[in-house]
Design a protein around this ligand. Structure first.
Ligand code: NOJ
Ligand code: CA
Length: 555
């Protein structure tokens, strides 16, 4: 049955092995440590892990500069440790997605070293060169303010090479058939070691044309189908989750009209407008973004997220909208990055306000798609703004109030654990939170459990129920003769609202509260009249709790 596609209703948890747990005591997290925490993850209820880059790398961009695609960086362990980990995950029903960073390599990759050394090497053409500095060399940087150019001179090669990102990340010539074949080989290798797919880095750049004469890259969408076919052929449940911060107009190019390209994409459009809504209590632009990103093939899915390991990119908002979000969540310059984003973690952005944190998470878990959460957010971990660029939000997991938060036995972890202050490991850690039923950790566990019992969100069609009040978002999902209704008040003040469930007949007269005891019965006018407290949220089932008896097998 089509409703078995695992990624349509997964709970994805993103983590980096180097900051999760250090089993061998050298101050860096490793696969043996991570494997020991699988029971924690299983208990939290997540169903998939997205693992950030762990292959051999000089680590100048947190592993997004790979120097050997077919290895585990020795600092994290061995291929054997990796397989132990994927096996442990599989035993617990947890799938593993890994980052696939093939837009560029590290400048220390043997392919690049060979390419710059010998113009006749077959690897020369694997990269993108120009004898003269291209005229548009100072445009198109992804990290403005830090990165000066997209073309740098290489003394040894006596030519300029193209790099969309930092200068130590030379772009691969991804249009080259041999490079494409190598990408398939890399995917095939990791599939064999137990992964169920890839978070593909920088997809628009991977498929874009590259070269000294290319002013405006043209996307070669066919490449996406080529990748997908290979994956499906090797292993049917393998997927690609694309990192593509693109406009809604091109979404279907990425998914493919027949659902023959990417299975999943991150929904950057909704993400940015969601933060605008949280900042201003105006849900209208968010609703617009949800509607604009609604069309997708039945087998495709959005990855919804709040924060990730990068800055919160607000580049798609209008200047005025962006300034409103900056004011609310990142007013100081040290909190902003690349002139377009905020580099803080979620909880400090929300001022540590538990009501707002729950509201944000409740939205994440009920937006159309599959939620992707970031390690430590289940505890409300903070950031360390004294660290550079995006590293501020990449500190080690806080397990307990033991030295270094229980992350390592080493006296000096490579990346220090956040200590002291409101987000220090002394107060914010998993061990303390599991003792209190109302802790954020236990709340997250419960909401995940409930989310899994509401497959309508991942599978169903959504409708936004129109209200005159822009502070409140009411969504309904319909699937297989069942409906759920979700309400979020983005304002600090309580609001009174009235609406009809809109399901027709008498069915919509009863709304059963899934998270509390206050149910709602429609008035004589057929409408529900409710007061939603400031930052309040409600998850309702329409009709009664006999919904599983009512569910149909098709439709
Ligand atoms: C996107 C990744 O999320 C980011 O962390 C990285 O720096 C760039 N791609 C380059 O690989
Ligand atoms: Ca270690």
């Amino acid at each position: 049955m089509i409703s078995d596609l695992w990624y349509k209703n997964a709970i994805i948890y993103c983590l980096s092995v180097g900051t999760y747990m250090d089993a061998n005591g050298d101050g860096i997290g490793d696969f043996r440590g991570l494997a020991r925490r699988l029971d924690y993850l299983h208990g939290l209820g997540i169903t998939a892990i997205w693992l950030m880059p762990f292959q051999t790398s000089p680590h100048r961009d947190d592993g997004y500069d790979v120097s050997d695609y077919y290895s585990v960086d020795p600092r994290y362990g061995t291929l054997g440790d990796f397989v132990d980990f994927t096996h442990g995950a599989k035993q617990r029903g947890i799938r593993v997605l890994i980052d696939l960073v093939v837009n560029h390599t590290s400048d220390q990759h043997p392919w690049f070293k060979e390419a710059r050394r010998d113009p006749d090497s077959k690897y020369r053409d694997w990269y993108v060169w120009s004898k003269k500095k291209p005229r548009h060399a100072n445009t198109g940087m992804v990290f403005p303010g830090v990165q000066k150019t997209t073309w740098s001179y290489d003394d040894q090669a006596r030519a300029f090479y193209f790099h969309r990102f930092y200068d130590f990340q030379p772009d691969l010539n991804t249009s080259h058939p041999e490079v494409q074949a190598e990408i398939l080989k890399i995917m095939g290798f990791w599939i064999q070691l137990g992964v169920s797919g890839f978070r593909m880095d920088a997809v628009p750049f991977v498929i874009g044309t590259k070269g000294a004469k290319v002013r405006k890259p043209k996307e070669q969408y066919d490449m996406l189908r080529y990748f997908r076919e290979f994956l499906q052929w090797r292993q049917g449940d393998c997927i690609v989750l694309a990192e593509a911060n693109v406009l809604p107009e091109t979404d279907m190019e990425y998914f493919g009209d027949d659902g023959d390209r990417m299975q999943m994409m991150f929904n950057f459009q909704v993400n940015q407008h969601l933060f605008y809504a949280l900042a201003t209590a105006d849900t209208r632009p968010l609703i617009k973004a949800m509607k604009a990103t609604k069309p997708r093939p039945a087998t495709a899915q959005w990855g919804q997220f709040l924060r990730n390991h990068d800055e919160l990119d607000l580049g798609r908002l209008t200047e005025e909208q962006r300034q409103r979000v900056f004011q609310a969540f990142g007013p100081e310059e040290s909190m902003q990055l690349y002139k377009r984003g905020i580099r803080r973690r979620l909880v400090p952005m929300l001022g540590g306000d538990r009501r707002r944190i729950e509201l944000a998470y409740s939205l994440l878990f009920t937006l159309p798609g599959t939620p992707v959460i970031r390690y430590g957010d289940e505890l409300g971990m903070g950031d360390d703004l004294s660290r550079e660029e995006r590293d501020c939000a990449r500190t080690p997991m806080q397990w307990s109030d033991e030295p270094h938060g229980g992350f390592t036995k080493h006296d000096k972890p490579v990346c220090p654990v956040i200590r002291a202050g409101p987000y220090g490991f002394e107060h914010v850690n998993a061990a303390i939170q599991r003792r209190y039923p109302d802790s954020l950790l236990n709340w997250t566990e419960r909401i995940i459990r409930m989310r899994k019992e509401v497959p309508e969100i991942g599978w169903g069609d959504f409708a936004v129920i129109p209200l005159r009040n822009p502070a409140i978002l009411v969504m309904r999902y319909d699937w297989r003769n069942n409906s759920v209704l979700l309400i979020h008040n983005l304002d600090a003040e309580p609001h009174e609202i009235s609406f009809a469930a809109g399901t027709g007949g008498e069915h919509g007269d009863v709304l059963v509260n899934l998270l509390g005891t206050e149910h709602s019965r429609a008035g004589h006018d057929g409408k529900h009249h409710l007061v939603i407290e400031g930052y309040g949220y409600r998850w309702y089932r329409v009709g009664g709790l006999d919904y599983l008896l009512r569910r149909t097998d098709i439709g």
